[in-house]
Design a protein around this ligand. Structure first.
Ligand code: C2O
Ligand code: CU
Length: 500
């Protein structure tokens, strides 16, 4: 049977095979090259929640320094990372809908950076446009008004042509927004609400990150959760909320399940909570997609071990991602109500216009394009008007090569209307900001432009060194090296001009 899972795997394999000599394909697909890590030998760590430097009324002010540091990712080995406050993943910002957040980001790295709050409804000057750089030694304050409901966002680097290297080296972190509607649901909270940032990486024997990814590999062979390889987490006999985020680059697709056969109860997607929870045994996530799930451990005897598995193991990844060890009993205070939050359905009839976007690899130029063009920060391709509703029809033309894409819009959340004419399943029934588009598929999404005007981007979120450019001052990737290509930030600028 052809499931979404097969399609993704076949797609990635077909893409690989078409672009590379067979031996290299086999090399890329063969067993892990990174040092192997014994399963479930390290505890899961949870990124610390950052405290504001000061708060005044409705405003919280944070300070973060982007800097280099040594981290123990693989047990007994040291990895030089670039991290927000020198940690990977960076510190989590937890805020509330309607609070005003200012983050002063200081760049103590030797390279340009740009900080993008992925999924954030933010003014253009704070969006981290790829050409809006924070130069080495300089600082920049980003303003996040949090005019959006409870959701799981993340912030990551977005410096043009450097995103892949900068995020791969560690510049990724969570940003969680809560609100009253969410509180009233009494979902698992506090220490029972745990973010799980899943990311692929490869390592050299000395523990350093292995580059380049993208020349003969399409994803890292080691799956990390919150920066730890195959960790374990001690849990109580009760329900937990896990915020699953695929923070991978390139082809780090995941397809998650529990080896006990238990289903997840999905309660949210990229843009917030769903209208109603739904049970599912598989959670496929393309890079940058999120799924908010509840897993109830109350029926397992103490001593049970449940493994979170990833069925997408094409690049030599271990299917084992994380083990939950049930260690003690607990009193349950949380619940998952049958209805979560009301979701306003955007009606296609209200759309002012429909636009078409075709994603395709240009084999001759070895570059990924949207409507035949690569990203140019000085060109504006789309000018929606403030307050307008639009339908965007996104087509993946890479059928011959079978390359999946993952389409992301800055600023606006959208709803998925249909895939090849078929309405989406419950996992895609809520608000999203990133959607996977399989080869040959046309996905129609609908969005309303507000609350800000200015220049933003949209792009495929398979980040990689795709344009033959230098991948780093560390000499890790020479200029103009042959690039098999996947999607870089091929986003085109969207100018939201104020309509009459
Ligand atoms: Cu996750 Cu343009 O971003
Ligand atoms: Cu793509």
């Amino acid at each position: 049977m052809l499931t979404r899972r097969n399609v993704l795997q076949l797609g990635a394999l077909a893409g690989t095979a078409a672009l590379l000599p067979a031996e290299r394909v086999m090399g890329a697909v063969a067993a892990a090259v990174s040092p192997s890590v014994p399963a479930f030998s390290v505890p899961l760590t949870i990124p610390p929640v950052l405290r504001p430097r000061w708060s005044l009324g409705n405003t919280d002010y944070y300070e973060i320094t982007m800097r280099e540091a040594d981290a123990e990712i693989l047990p007994g080995r040291t990895t030089r990372i670039w991290g927000y406050n020198g940690i990977f993943p960076g510190p989590t910002i937890r805020t509330r809908s309607g609070r005003r957040v200012i983050v002063r980001q200081r760049n103590d790295l030797g390279i340009d950076t740009a900080v993008h709050l992925h999924g954030g409804n933010v003014p253009a000057g704070s969006d981290g446009h790829p050409s809006d750089l924070v130069r080495p030694g300089r600082s920049r304050s980003y303003f996040y008004p949090n005019r959006q409901p409870a959701t799981t966002l993340w912030y990551h680097d977005h410096a043009h042509h450097q995103e892949h290297r900068n995020t791969y080296r560690g510049l990724t972190a969570l940003y969680l927004i809560g609100d009253g509607a969410e509180d009233r649901l009494r979902l698992p909270s506090g220490r029972h609400d745990i973010p799980l940032m899943i990311q692929d990486r490869s390592f050299n024997d000395d523990g350093s990150f292995r580059f380049p990814l993208g020349a003969d590999e399409f994803a890292g062979d080691t799956t990390l959760v919150n920066g730890r390889p195959k960790p374990f987490l001690e849990v109580e006999q009760r329900a937990y909320r896990f915020r699953l985020l695929n923070g991978s680059s390139l082809d780090g697709f995941v397809d998650l399940s529990l080896d006990s056969g238990q289903q997840f109860v999905q309660i949210g997607s990229d843009g917030g909570l769903l209208a109603t929870p739904h049970a599912t045994s598989g959670i496929p996530l393309a890079p940058a997609e999120r799924a908010d799930v509840v897993v109830d451990f109350s029926d397992y005897p103490i001593g049970s071990r449940i493994v979170l598995k990833n069925a997408f193991t094409l690049f030599g990844n271990d299917p084992d991602v994380l083990r939950f060890d049930v260690v003690r009993s607990a009193t349950e205070y949380s619940r998952v109500p049958a209805t979560l939050v009301p979701i306003e359905r955007l009606s296609p009839a209200s759309a002012r216009r429909t636009r078409d976007f075709e994603l395709a690899l240009n084999l001759a130029k070895e570059q990924f394009e949207i409507n035949g063009k690569v990203f140019d920060p000085n060109r504006v391709d789309v000018r929606p008007r403030l307050g307008d509703t639009e339908i965007w029809r996104v087509t993946n033309r890479d059928t011959a090569l079978g390359i999946p894409h993952t389409f992301h819009t800055h600023l606006v959340r959208f709803q998925v209307l249909d895939r090849n004419g078929t309405p989406p399943g419950p996992a895609e029934s809520g608000w999203k900001d990133t959607v996977h588009v399989n080869p040959g598929e046309t996905v129609r999404i609908i969005m309303r432009f507000g609350d800000f005007t200015g220049r933003y981007t949209y792009h495929c979120h398979l980040i990689g060194p795709f344009d033959g450019r230098d991948d780093g001052p560390d000499g890790s990737r020479p200029m103009n090296s042959p690039c098999p290509g996947r999607c870089f930030s091929i986003g085109l600028s969207a100018d939201h001009t104020r309509g009459k």
